[in-house]
Design a protein around this ligand. Structure first.
Ligand SMILES: Nc1nc(=O)c2c([nH]1)NC[C@@H]1CN(c3ccc(C(=O)N[C@@H](CCC(=O)O)C(=O)O)cc3)C=[N+]21
Length: 282
């Protein structure tokens, strides 16, 4: 048996086609959505991601504003960049690329952002809205995962989901998203303190691996026919290594390629948050 490919690249292309139309409609009304990025330091991985986001913007007609600061930037300097984007009418949404250098207080910076311009959906106000289950920009990776499952008709309602990893950007937020009434999944949030990871994963109809540990999810842990989504982006010898071992494809019913799975969906949903913010603001 070989798993159906959950093609994030193709699904992201569809989302981007829809966004291109909406951006054109906004422009006719004199509104140009603009994504800002704040990048601190010169981590090569982060440079690549940020460059990719600006390329995506160009593809759908979104303007982009790039703020690059040295690794030595002070808290006050990053705050000044945030204040400027909050005030800039050209910037309808922006992100502060994570992780930030350790000497910076990331939480204080996130809180300083205008929640209405939060393209990542990671502002504490917007995460709080997600907890309260009221409308807010959604975290991009979790939202992308839900749309990818829906695109391939993988049932979410009533499904047992094992989310592996409790990080804010993926695991914890995805747990909140999937347990809303509209999704109605049952979520087990696994983490480094989980006693029997294999036992939890084995029961799952949907497995989301977002731990950042290469090959954490092995073939013997996956229920035959389950949908498996690989969020891992570790680098091993310069190549991207996912959290899911390759031979999981032999037992899973659905599987994301990596690259080409969750990553492109994350980027498409970032653009979507920028366009929605611009639509709300008009
Ligand atoms: N504030 C903030 N928001 C983020 O969304 C954010 C962040 N910080 N910090 C870093 C992580 C990582 N991340 C990725 C997004 C897309 C791909 C992606 O599209 N990857 C391609 C492969 C790209 C390659 O080959 O390097 C793929 O999966 O097909 C990867 C990684 C967003 N992040």
């Amino acid at each position: 048996m070989s798993a159906v490919k959950l093609d994030g690249k193709a699904t992201a292309a569809k989302i981007k086609a829809d966004l291109t139309t909406r951006v054109a409609a906004l422009k006719e009304r004199g509104i140009t959505p603009g994504l800002g990025t704040v990048l601190v330091g010169d981590d090569p991985g982060s440079q690549i991601y940020v460059a990719g986001k600006h390329r995506d913007c160009a593809e759908v007609g979104i303007a982009s504003i790039r703020v690059d600061l040295p690794a030595s930037a002070t808290q006050a300097e990053v705050e000044a960049a945030i204040d400027e984007l909050n005030a800039s009418p050209e910037c309808t949404g922006y992100i502060v690329q994570l992780p930030l250098p350790r000497h910076l207080d990331a939480m204080a910076l996130l809180e300083r952002m205008d929640p209405a311009k939060d393209a990542d959906g990671l502002h504490p106000i917007n995460l709080g809205r997600l907890v309260h289950m009221v409308d807010a920009p959604l975290p991009c990776t979790p939202h992308g995962i839900v749309l990818l499952l829906q695109e391939y008709g993988v049932p979410i309602k009533g499904a047992e989901v094992a989310v592996v990893g409790r990080g804010i950007t993926v695991g914890r937020s995805l747990g909140l998203l999937l347990t809303r009434r509209s999704e109605n999944a049952t979520v087990t949030l696994c983490h480094t303190g989980t006693q029997d990871l294999a036992g939890h994963v084995r029961r799952a109809d949907i497995v989301v691996a977002a731990a950042g540990v290469p090959d954490l999810i092995t073939r013997d842990m996956v229920k035959p026919g389950a949908a498996v989504l690989d969020v891992g982006v570790s680098r091993v010898n310069g190549k991207i290594a996912g959290d899911v071992a390759l031979d999981v494809a032999e037992v899973a019913g659905f599987l994301t390629p990596n690259p080409g799975g969750v990553g492109p969906m994350t980027r498409a949903l970032l653009l979507s948050n920028v366009v929605e913010a611009a639509e709300r603001a008009q």
